[in-house]
Design a protein around this ligand. Structure first.
Ligand code: NAG
Ligand code: NAG
Ligand code: NAG
Ligand code: NAG
Length: 324
């Protein structure tokens, strides 16, 4: 008997406010199942004033209207693959008795906390002389509930001893929640809201936080790795890079040394030849010229004759530079 009355009351409430669904922007949403749909039945979104927009039509399955084809596939249920803020509002199924759904699309803020550190989820709502409850849930599971009348706090499994509400909640409406010693398992979407005692009433001041908990990297206190990147692989990659760098350096050094040796050998020979030649007649201001040849060879340019043999005077400037 009580159940019947409660069921009736819920029905009335649902019709007054529309059954509420809460979804975070960008997430998928599945509308509740519909029954007694005859072909041709529709789902419309009530927009401003009296205007409506067709969302889907029942034809053994729900088929998307043109505006929804890019994010809804024909299905027994109406599923938006991804929601945006314009989806917020009232929806009406014309199946059996008209059914009204209130879709609430909730914006979120990103937050990140290192493992073992505390994180706060700011939240403010009028609490003065208010009855009702403040609720925090993570991915739909309870984290914390505060009863305004009794001040009693209930914590969800896994959050015992770790979650608290600001002591200013009663005097200033500061309901900021602190979560101590974050663990990797704390990541997820946190929904925070106030609701009247009657659980079917509308939620107020709904806000959402998407929390990430990047793993702490040992021996790397200054920087944390990007989320989802295993620690071992980071160090593995670093070692790989270092090893590659070392071997590349070794090869380069070897090549340079080898080149220098070969060139030195070649130079010595040339020098001997030139000395022989110069001793036989042509006077050359020896040392200067030999060093010039050496430098140019090392630079990879073909050996050139003395500066005077080169092109006109216009190039003298650049030549002087290369000789310096
Ligand atoms: C919606 O997502 C499902 C997978 O969840 C995919 O199979 C389907 O193709 C998507 N539909 C559209 C229209 O993007
Ligand atoms: C369509 O509905 C089936 C069940 O009827 C479900 O398994 C499937 O995931 C749904 N498709 C999409 C795109 O969600
Ligand atoms: C949250 O972070 C993701 C990636 O880190 C980014 O793509 C997204 O735009 C952010 N959203 C908000 C509301 O800041
Ligand atoms: C533990 C782990 O994820 N190891 C991966 C590290 O990266 C290499 C590729 O660089 C993967 O093959 C491993 O599976």
């Amino acid at each position: 008997m009580n159940g019947l009355i409660l069921g009736f009351l819920l029905c009335v409430v649902n019709h007054a406010f529309g059954q509420g669904i809460y979804v975070i922007i960008g997430d998928q949403v599945t509308f509740p199942p519909t029954e007694n749909c005859k072909n041709g039945a529709t789902l419309v979104h009530r927009l401003n004033g009296d205007s409506t927009r067709q969302v889907a039509q029942w034809d053994d399955v729900w088929k998307p209207a043109r505006d929804y084809e890019n994010r809804m596939s024909p299905n027994k249920s109406v599923i938006f693959n991804s929601t945006n803020i314009n989806d917020d509002g009232l929806y009406e199924f014309t199946c059996g008795s008209n059914k009204i759904i209130h879709l609430h699309v909730v914006p979120f803020t990103n937050s990140s906390v290192t493992e073992g550190e505390p994180v706060t989820l700011p939240f403010f709502s009028v609490t003065a002389r208010k009855r009702g409850k403040f609720t925090v849930e993570r991915d739909g599971k309870p984290v914390l509930q505060l009863d305004f009348l009794s001040g009693h706090v209930t914590l969800g499994a896994g959050f015992e001893q770790r979650v608290s509400v600001s002591p200013l909640w009663e005097s200033q409406g500061d309901l900021t929640v602190t979560l101590k010693m974050a663990t990797a398992g704390d990541r997820g979407d946190y929904l925070l809201y106030v609701q009247h005692d009657d659980k079917t009433g509308p939620r107020e001041d709904v806000s959402a936080v998407r929390l990430r908990v990047p793993e702490r990297v040992p021996d790397q206190t200054t920087s944390s790795p990007p989320p989802g990147c295993p620690t071992q692989n980071v160090t593995g990659e670093t070692q790989m890079t270092t090893r590659t760098a070392v071997s590349v350096t070794a090869v380069v050094v070897f090549i340079i040394t080898a080149t220098v040796c070969v060139l030195t050998g070649w130079c010595m020979k040339t020098r001997r030849c030139m000395k022989t030649r110069s001793s036989r007649g042509t006077p050359v201001p020896g040392v200067d010229q030999y060093s010039d040849v050496g430098v140019e060879l090392l630079n990879g340019a073909p050996p050139r004759g003395p500066p005077e043999a080169d092109e006109g005077p216009s190039l003298e400037g650049s030549h002087a530079e290369s000789n310096v």
